[in-house]
Design a protein around this ligand. Structure first.
Ligand SMILES: NC(=O)c1ccc[n+]([C@@H]2O[C@H](COP(=O)([O-])OP(=O)(O)OC[C@H]3O[C@@H](n4cnc5c(N)ncnc54)[C@H](O)[C@@H]3O)[C@@H](O)[C@H]2O)c1
Length: 387
């Protein structure tokens, strides 16, 4: 049998997302989005392609843009060929990104599939009557949109608050993929290295565990003393913040908060320390302030590797991965979280959008977790496919 050489990574991921495939088959019969437009701003990479095609199978017109610094050209080309409208392209420019968001909202989609709160925040500034509600994927988006609840007043289901998303993606997959990204960017080992993880929420717990499993000595710093106690009882070192920075060979931020590592910490950082971020926004490590600090006399960019080296007057060198953007979705051949974890999370997305499209949810469902029956149905369907 001759070997066909044409299959792409998008095909491989589509095969790996078995739950989305089954959901698309169901949607092509039930057509929950017939006549509706869904606007989205989400990482445009092969796994989201599987999600968008599932929604399209349900009859939706789709108009999409990426998040900052995570748009993959092949995915954009693939989606355009299949009739999905894509606004903009890969950018790290926040102004350009804001323009893409405005362009999506100007189309007045019936439903919004948001990832970080950009779309709903824009729809609050530019309201339109046709909007029925939608979904938000992340913790960061929930925190940002909560103060706008009185203005949104539409069903808005937060995928991040599903227990399935919490354990399948945040706890198990983010740690694996941040660990994989550290190896992929640096080609350096973790054995015997001292790693400090900032944030011991779902993502931080998995990250700390993955580095520990790879024979690193892991310390945890969390702003919340109760969570820090949990890390301590889980067997991680929990030194004071300054000590945790001073001793670290590798620092990973996964908090969702800004300015976790700043230029003030330059005095503490060890020669050769490597800094990477897994939080949604590129503000956890204050990269502009680190670069601009007067103690830095040269910034050396290893462009192909996605690594920047800050050379300090005292001879120390500090390395930044992906300019502080989410390391698992940046750099050479970014893979993101595992296909299985995203298959689960995106099936929750698809089923929640179906629920919002059906109507029947009122404004009391604004910024609430995934309905329990959807969690149960998605869990059962996944188990049936994987037994
Ligand atoms: N990279 C990815 O693929 C990916 C996937 C899912 C979520 N995320 C992002 O990861 C981040 C964390 O998500 P989560 O679900 O773990 O959130 P979480 O709310 O469960 O946990 C965050 C933890 O960080 C701690 N924290 C806050 N500010 C801190 C600070 N300045 N110093 C130390 N600790 C601090 C909090 O006390 C909390 O324990 C969010 O930005 C989220 O959007 C990234």
């Amino acid at each position: 049998m001759p070997i066909e050489q044409s299959a792409t990574r998008i095909d491989w991921i589509a095969q790996s997302c078995r739950l989305l495939t089954a959901t698309a088959q169901d949607f092509s019969r039930t057509r929950p989005f017939a006549g509706l437009t869904i606007g989205t701003a989400i990482h445009l990479e092969p796994k989201t392609a599987a999600l968008l095609l599932t929604l399209q199978a349900g009859g939706a017109r789709l108009i999409a843009t990426g998040n900052l610094n995570s748009t993959q050209r092949e995915t954009v080309d693939f989606l355009r060929e299949r009739g999905i409208e894509i606004i903009g392209g890969q950018t790290v420019d926040e102004g350009a990104h804001a323009g893409f968001i405005e362009a999506i909202v100007s189309e007045q989609p019936d439903l919004l599939l948001d990832n970080g709160g950009d779309l709903f925040a824009c729809a609050v500034r530019r309201p339109y009557p046709r909007l029925r509600g939608g979904t938000e994927e992340t913790t960061t988006g929930r925190m940002r949109l909560l103060p706008l609840r009185q203005e949104i007043r539409l069903p808005l289901l937060v995928i991040n608050d599903s227990p399935i998303k919490q354990f399948a993606e945040n706890r198990h997959a983010v740690g694996q993929s941040l660990f994989e990204s550290y190896l992929r960017f640096t080609n350096r080992s973790t054995n015997g290295k001292r790693v400090t993880v900032f944030g011991y929420g779902a993502c931080g717990r998995g990250t700390a565990a993955c580095f520990r499993n790879a024979h690193a000595l892991v310390s945890v710093v969390d702003a919340d003393p109760v969570t820090t106690l949990e890390a301590h009882l889980d067997g991680f070192a929990t030194p004071l913040r300054e000590d945790a920075i001073r001793t670290a060979d590798i620092i990973v931020t996964v908090t969702g908060a800004p300015a976790v590592v700043t230029a003030r910490d330059l005095a503490l950082l060890k020669d050769g320390a490597i800094l990477l971020n897994g939080g949604h926004l590129p503000h956890e490590i204050d990269v502009p302030a680190l670069r601009a600090d007067e103690r830095v006399h040269r910034v050396l960019s290893h462009v192909c590797e996605g690594i920047e080296t800050l050379e300090l007057d005292d001879g120390r060198r500090i390395h930044l991965l992906a300019q502080g953007h989410m390391a698992n979705l940046a750099g050479p051949r970014p893979l993101g979280n595992s296909a299985e974890s995203m298959d689960l999370g995106f099936t929750l997305q698809a089923r929640c959008l179906e629920r919002v499209a059906q109507g029947g949810l009122g404004e009391e469902s604004c910024i609430v977790p995934v309905p329990r029956d959807i969690d149960a149905a998605v869990a059962s369907a996944y188990l049936d496919l994987h037994r």
